[in-house]
Write a protein that binds this ligand. Sequence first.
Ligand SMILES: [Zn+2]
Length: 155
Amino acid sequence: MKIEYKYPPNIEEIKKVFDIQPGTVFTYGDTLYTPFGGELTQDLLAHEMTHTKQQKVIGVEKWWKQYLEDDDFRLYQESEAYQVQYGKMKEIYNSKHRKFRLKEIAGHLSGKMYGHLVTYEEAILIIKENIMPNQDGTGPKGEGPKTGQGNGDCE
Ligand SMILES: [Zn+2]
């Protein structure tokens, strides 16, 4: 995975949907864009590499378009990425740090950044128990993206 310390090529499209928070990183194809230059932990890299794989399956432009337009798609893609991330966390962190980090990423997955797609409790279930959200659109919905502040999340 290549790393670039700048915004991804589709940043204008992203900005139309999300309020970009400091610390946010973006994956576009096999490149990780980190305009804010924060720490890239192994579990975060595992998360972003999952997006690279997802983007390969349907094509990076198509993936991003659907990701920005479709709440269910975004939730599904992020759920998979956070599950992979948690798997990596189990390898590299002790239980205390893993618990701390789980709370953090569950806060992200359920947060404003993605448009409050799920509750915090649902995010824990998704990430920890590998329970995938509903695929038929009946899952919980928020008021959509473009709200307030998260605290540095990953796309
Ligand atoms: Zn992600």
